[in-house]
Ligand binder design. Structure first.
Ligand SMILES: [Zn+2]
Length: 152
């Protein structure tokens, strides 16, 4: 069963592979925000040589932009994104950190003005010593990306 899910091909779309097991749900949440009507196939806890276990998500009929791929990086930094056309991989995104992120994640600071105003959240991102740091545009506080993504 697992093996079948892994090799099942899609004609056109995007395959997000090598998601650390358990993180697929977060990526899935994010994807459903991106496009609610896409056909999505998921496999959780599939065997992986590199990770031990991995999650994999296939989105049919939709090819991601590089910015969208980079936003997913926050939820699954080891993931690779394969763009599929006519059953072949025509593009592979190397995950890289976006410089800014808008409207994806809420500010962890409960006193932040972004919670009370009709504005989209906005962060600038910077690689810190241990983790990616996200600085809120509105309250100017910085948070580790784990704190920001854990809220979702
Ligand atoms: Zn804030």
């Amino acid at each position: 069963m697992n093996k079948k899910l892994q090799v099942e091909a899609i004609g056109t779309g995007t395959v997000i592979d090598h998601i650390p097991a358990g993180h697929g749900v977060k990526v899935l949440d994010r994807l459903q925000v991106l496009n609610s009507d896409a056909r999505i196939t998921v496999g959780f806890n599939l065997p992986s040589d590199e990770l031990g276990a991995k999650d994999i998500i296939k989105v049919e009929g939709r090819q991601f932009t590089e910015q969208e791929a980079n936003e997913l990086m926050l939820f699954a930094s080891s993931a690779t994104i394969n763009v599929i056309e006519d059953y072949k991989v025509v593009g592979k995104f190397k995950m890289s950190m976006p410089e800014t992120m808008t409207g994806v994640l809420a500010c962890p600071n409960s006193n932040c003005i972004s919670h009370n105003e009709p504005v989209r959240s906005q962060f600038s991102l910077k690689q810190g010593k241990k983790d990616v740091m996200m600085k809120c545009h509105y309250c100017e506080k910085s948070f580790s990306k784990n704190i920001v993504t854990e809220l979702h």
